[in-house]
Design a protein around this ligand. Structure first.
Ligand SMILES: Nc1ncnc2c1ncn2[C@@H]1O[C@H](COP(=O)(O)OP(=O)(O)O)[C@@H](O)[C@H]1O
Ligand SMILES: [Mg+2]
Length: 224
């Protein structure tokens, strides 16, 4: 089976992912606020718009049309973005359900997959809410297979101790994400993207990038 990939249209991320994100599976970009997750979603959105429509489920009002235009998007491109803006976890479920009947999708983005889940979560409902989370992941995984398109989710993290982080949604999101990419700040302007799980690339493979006026670029060598 030939696995087709969606290019990020940036050398640095395509180098990391050996061409791009895979069709038919969920790719999860996780990291702290400000690490660049939404920027990465926008890059893949722009790339996918060359092939079809993009469903963008935005739970954090992170989609900036200004940033979209900075990265080369046009007003015509925006018309092919199916934008969903759920405000609670139940609405997120409804937003996702709508996607199965949309023809011509080339990418589904859920940015962030876990922020509304986190808002709802408490000690009493954790079992039920985790079941719903797993249900949404299974559903997205099926959609990506049926439609032969990539799915991107983003994921917040929390600190377990001073040098360990954990993904919100933990085992549920890790199990269903066939590709896990950690994004972290290496200094104020620089970010590291590290492969943590992949079907054909080594764990620990990493690249360093910078967020620039027009998108993302490979970090330049530092001159001390
Ligand atoms: N035009 C720009 N030039 C450089 N950096 C930018 C630009 N626009 C946004 N950024 C940077 O992008 C970062 C936020 O990235 P974002 O993808 O929203 O993070 P996350 O989704 O992980 O919270 C901020 O550090 C911000 O300064
Ligand atoms: Mg974001």
């Amino acid at each position: 089976m030939l696995i087709e990939r969606l290019s990020s249209k940036t050398k640095v991320l395509d180098e990391l992912l050996s061409g791009g994100i895979e069709n038919g599976v969920i790719t999860n970009f996780y990291g702290p606020a400000g690490s660049g997750k939404t920027n990465i979603c926008l890059l893949f959105t722009l790339s996918a718009l060359k092939k079809g429509k993009v469903a963008y489920v935005d739970t954090e009002s992170g989609f900036s049309t200004e940033r979209f235009f900075q990265m080369g998007g046009t007003k015509e491109d925006l018309q092919n973005v199916i934008y969903e803006h759920p405000s609670n976890f139940q609405e997120q479920e409804l937003s996702l359900q709508k996607l199965k009947n949309i023809e011509g999708l080339s990418l589904i983005v859920v940015d962030s997959f876990v922020s509304l889940y986190r808002l709802l979560l408490n000690d009493e409902n954790i079992t039920n809410i985790n079941r719903e989370l797993a249900g949404q992941m299974a559903y997205l995984s099926n959609l990506s297979k049926e439609k032969k398109i990539p799915v991107i989710i983003t994921n917040q993290v929390y600190n377990v101790n001073s040098n360990e982080i954990e993904l919100s949604g933990r085992d549920v999101v890790k199990y269903w994400s066939k590709c896990l990419i950690e994004i972290k700040k290496s200094d104020e302007n620089r970010r590291l993207a590290i492969i943590r799980k992949h079907r054909s690339q080594p764990e620990g493979k990493k690249v360093e990038f910078e967020l620039t006026a027009t998108g993302i670029e490979k970090a330049k060598f530092k001159i001390f």
